[in-house]
Design a protein around this ligand. Structure first.
Ligand SMILES: Cc1cc2nc3c(=O)[nH]c(=O)nc-3n(C[C@H](O)[C@H](O)[C@H](O)COP(=O)(O)O)c2cc1C
Length: 236
């Protein structure tokens, strides 16, 4: 079984590359999701906690997509899986085009960077597939520099100050087309009487709405102004 959370499509794309046999497996559960602030996104932790109990021989695998590095996110995932009494078998990170643009200096990848990451993808996915099918307990993740700091103090700071939906602003370009609401994986966007988007309390700052808006009408504070939006991968 594949359990996928994806905001801008990268993790969905990677999940599809795992193949029908893994998707149909009753004895392997692959958790595919993006890394958010060197950790596991809240909806994934929620789903791990709330999913029905599974038989003891089921193994759990993590395939996390990221723009650069994941810190100790795999340990966070492992702890959540083991807290259910399940077997956390293998964990991989998969380098994908970056979607985080909410701070100065952070932009979507250049065409060259994007192409480089996508060129490496088929080989990477092939070896992950093989390891899952062979049931090898592999941990092959890119932690980056200072992983404890990133997944600890820095993540804490991000969540407290830089992951707040209150900074989303909808500009004059909004036509009320509802694309933002349609792509929101949390179903967290409603519309007021003037057909303007209103964010609820369930935002996880995945940026699906901001990137998908066809009119570039959604900004996060002033940090995203004038920046190119993320274009989902359609084919390699
Ligand atoms: C709020 C947010 C935080 C992110 N944090 C990280 C991070 O800590 N490390 C990293 O390498 N990429 C980070 N990224 C980039 C995404 O993990 C990456 O682009 C991922 O492939 C997006 O997957 P999706 O399209 O399935 O949502 C972040 C993206 C967002 C929106």
């Amino acid at each position: 079984m594949i359990h996928c959370f994806s905001a801008t499509g990268n993790s969905r794309y990677v999940a599809d590359m795992l193949g029908d046999d893994i998707a149909a497996s009753a004895t392997d559960v692959v958790w595919v999701f993006p890394i958010h602030a060197w950790g596991v996104p809240k909806p994934v932790l929620h789903d791990i906690a709330m999913t029905d109990t599974m038989p003891g021989d089921v193994r759990h695998w993590m395939v996390a997509t990221c723009g650069d590095d994941i810190g100790y996110a795999d340990m966070q995932w492992r702890a959540a899986i083991e807290a259910r009494g399940w077997i956390a078998a293998g964990a991989w990170s998969v380098l994908m085009p970056d979607t985080y643009i909410c701070l100065p200096g952070f932009t979507v990848d250049s065409q060259h960077e994007r192409e480089g990451k996508l060129a490496a993808l088929p080989g990477r996915m092939q070896s992950i597939r093989r390891a899952i099918l062979d049931r090898r307990h592999v941990v092959d993740v890119c932690r980056g520099a200072f992983p404890s700091f990133k997944s600890g103090a820095l993540r804490h700071f991000f969540i407290k100050h830089l992951m707040s939906p209150t900074r989303f602003k909808v500009g004059e370009g909004c036509t009320g087309c509802r694309t933002c609401a349609n792509v929101c994986p949390q179903s967290n966007i409603d519309f007021d009487g003037c057909n303007r988007p209103v964010y609820g309390n369930d935002c996880v700052m995945c940026l699906a709405c901001l990137h998908a808006c066809p009119h570039t009408a959604i900004e996060w504070g002033w940090f995203t102004k004038g920046k190119q939006r993320y274009k989902p991968i359609t084919k390699i």
